[in-house]
Design a protein around this ligand. Structure first.
Ligand code: FAD
Length: 315
């Protein structure tokens, strides 16, 4: 198989249930905007067709250690950049590959672009207050891309070229899973990371019982549930729901903040949302500085009306 000179190698995450991770569409979309996407799947060859449907022009299928596979794929493809999801697995593989190959590593990009010198990563930093770019002066950059940040989608490729990649085991130290136990999630809500819509609650909810209002609005919208750290610390909701600097970073189409003041550490995790709606009784709350739509009012009055209006629309 030969690869075009503008190839972008895209390492796709595979879920424990052997599907392509949701981040794959955005990664391939980003790659197609700056070159020819070549997908690397460390897993089942049957997933190659799915990668094609998401825009991979060609697909390399490998087994073994992911970093060894990236090294073999990069040597074969000679890409202009390597895109990896900013997921836990993606970050781990990207960092280890970059260290091993002495490549430059750009983390948590919200977009990629190309200038006359190569592929450039764009980042949202300091709590989303600034947009900055990073570029390398040598070699192909390894770029981790924030889940949900890229809207662009690549045109489907019905019959992508598929090749099994020979991966020589380097024998280098790697993280090994002792055991993997899939958590049984009873919720029908989407997962917070990568969700298209997120409804988050803050200290303004007042108690764990009252936090149920956040769940209700999320269900009416088909959204994931998030929270501020104050709500987590107060025990209203689990830590896994925390959005922000020390929690999850999200880039949904819609982010609804209920009773959240908008501290910089919270904004750091949600400011790249496409549309932000804030409901807060304090007209001076900093969240209104970044909100596209704001309601100044008591959330316990406003939210039930919003839910009723959404349900009336559905009926
Ligand atoms: P508050 O700031 O107390 O705001 C509550 C808001 O609710 C107020 O604006 C109030 O007007 C409103 N309100 C109250 N009652 C009602 C009502 N009935 N109707 C409508 N509005 C109402 N925070 C995060 O969120 N995520 C992080 O990852 C994070 N990481 C941090 C890391 C570090 C190192 C530090 C120092 C802090 C971090 N924080 C983080 C904490 C952050 O600084 C804030 O303390 C926190 O975000 C505040 O949460 P909050 O907005 O829910 O609470």
């Amino acid at each position: 198989m030969t690869f075009p000179s503008d190839s972008i190698l895209v390492l796709l995450d595979v879920t424990p249930s052997d599907g392509l991770a949701k981040s794959s569409a955005g990664l391939l979309g980003a790659a197609s905007a700056v070159g020819t996407p070549v997908a690397l799947i460390v897993g089942d060859a049957a997933l190659a067709a799915d990668a094609g449907a998401l825009g991979a022009a060609s697909v390399l299928v490998a087994s073994g250690d992911r970093v060894d596979a990236v090294a073999a794929a990069a040597a074969l493809v000679q890409p202009d950049a390597i895109l990896v999801s900013h997921s836990i697995e993606g970050r781990e593989a990207a960092a280890r590959y970059a260290a091993r190959s002495r490549s430059a590593l750009s983390v948590d990009a919200v977009a990629v672009a190309r200038d006359e010198e190569g592929v450039v990563a764009q980042h949202s930093v300091y709590g989303g207050a600034y947009n900055v770019q990073s570029a390398t002066t040598f070699g192909a950059p390894v770029i981790t891309v924030r889940q949900g940040a890229v809207d662009a989608r690549a045109a489907a490729v019905t019959d992508p070229a598929v090749e099994t990649l020979e991966v020589a085991a380097s024998g280098r130290q790697a993280a090994t899973f002792g055991a993997l136990q899939e958590a049984v999630v009873s919720s029908t809500r989407p997962e917070l990371r990568g969700a298209a819509k997120v409804v988050s609650g803050g200290r303004g909810l007042g108690s764990e019982e009252k936090f149920a209002l956040v769940d209700e609005l999320a269900d009416a919208l088909g959204a994931a549930v998030g929270a501020s750290r104050a709500a987590v610390d107060a025990g209203y909701v689990k830590q896994t729901a925390q959005v922000g600097q020390t929690g999850v970073s999200v880039s949904p189409q819609l982010y609804v903040a209920l009773g959240i003041s908008g501290a910089i550490q919270h904004k750091a995790g949600m400011q790249t949302a496409k549309t932000i709606v804030a409901i807060n009784k304090d007209a001076d709350a900093p969240i209104f500085e970044i909100a596209d739509y704001g309601v100044v009012g008591d959330l316990f009055t406003v939210v039930p009306q919003l839910i009723a209006a959404l349900q009336a629309k559905k009926a």
